[in-house]
Write a protein that binds this ligand. Structure first.
Ligand SMILES: NC(=O)c1ccc[n+]([C@@H]2O[C@H](COP(=O)([O-])OP(=O)(O)OC[C@H]3O[C@@H](n4cnc5c(N)ncnc54)[C@H](OP(=O)(O)O)[C@@H]3O)[C@@H](O)[C@H]2O)c1
Length: 257
């Protein structure tokens, strides 16, 4: 695919690197105003440009990765050049209808909500489209499966997907950071604590994904009656562990809305 990514920031770069490392070869362009900051991507075969419309006519897919307040200006700029193309927007809060109003009915607009783990092929990308049977959407699904898993959702759940799947990266990392800090307190150096905490979180996630069972069933396999795991877990719950996570997720959602 010829992929044109507008907005080479945190997400745009993660996607570009993820796609460039896929087994399938893609032609990738990334645009931003200050391309000096991402000059290193050129060594990975990624084309860089300051001009959003540069080469856009040759692209099969345009991915919009700018901040919400930057999006309207960019859409206005590219609208005359993307007729008949597919535009995948990762912009939080901007609806398919709003984008279509800006770029015209002949552009296939879909919304995507990937996360920055796309860089390592581990994104959980939610995709919303008004036409799930269309040819363009199956191509998008296959493409994003190269950088992780793809979950089709209703557009009305896009804000929720943003919180669970995109902000969720930060929430999970905060869990790892807290485990690391505790690991140092109980005897490990920082590097060792980080390795153990990260790999343990990854292992738990892999088990949950493979077995598709409720996390509590897996937790039962780790907890011995009157053992050290259950007392630790219960103390965390007394201190509001699950409750604080749920409240944080709800607060993030309220902020988007
Ligand atoms: N970060 C995440 O984990 C994540 C996950 C899912 C969705 N998202 C969504 O993805 C979007 C981007 O997020 P981000 O975290 O990647 O933001 P970011 O790091 O600020 O990246 C935005 C990029 O857009 C570029 N840009 C701004 N105005 C531009 C213009 N007129 N033309 C071309 N490029 C322009 C900026 O570079 P210059 O200033 O050099 O132009 C910047 O590199 C947001 O809407 C966010 O909600 C982010």
């Amino acid at each position: 695919m010829n992929i044109h990514i507008i907005g080479g920031g945190n997400l745009g770069v993660a996607l570009a690197v993820g796609f460039s490392q896929s087994e399938i070869e893609h032609k990738i362009t990334v645009t931003r105003r200050n391309i000096n900051l991402i000059a290193y991507l050129a060594d990975q075969g990624i084309r860089l440009s300051r001009k959003n419309t540069d080469g856009i006519g040759m692209s099969d897919l345009v991915i919009l990765c700018v901040k919400p307040f930057q999006a309207l200006e960019v859409l206005r700029e590219i609208a005359p050049f993307i007729g008949g193309k597919t535009l995948a927007s990762a912009v939080t809060g901007l609806t398919i209808e709003e984008i279509t109003n800006m770029v015209g009915e002949d552009v296939h607009v879909i919304r995507i909500m990937p996360n920055i783990a796309a860089q390592y092929g581990e994104s959980a990308t939610c995709v919303a489209s008004s036409d799930y049977k269309g040819e363009h959407i199956s191509g998008i699904t296959e493409l994003f499966e190269e950088v992780g898993t793809v979950i089709p959702i209703d557009e009305k759940l896009m804000d929720a997907a943003t919180v669970l799947g995109a902000c969720g990266t930060a929430f999970a990392l905060r869990y790892i950071r807290a485990s690391m800090q505790a690991g140092i307190e109980i005897g490990f150096d920082a590097h060792t604590a980080l390795s153990i905490a990260s790999q343990t979180a990854k292992g738990a996630a892999v088990m949950a994904l493979h077995e598709q069972s409720h996390p509590e069933q897996l937790i039962d396999r780790v907890t011995t009656p009157q053992g050290c795991t259950i007392v630790g877990l219960n103390e965390m719950e007394h201190q509001g562990f699950s409750s604080s996570l749920i409240r944080g997720i709800r607060t993030s959602l309220q902020k988007i809305k």
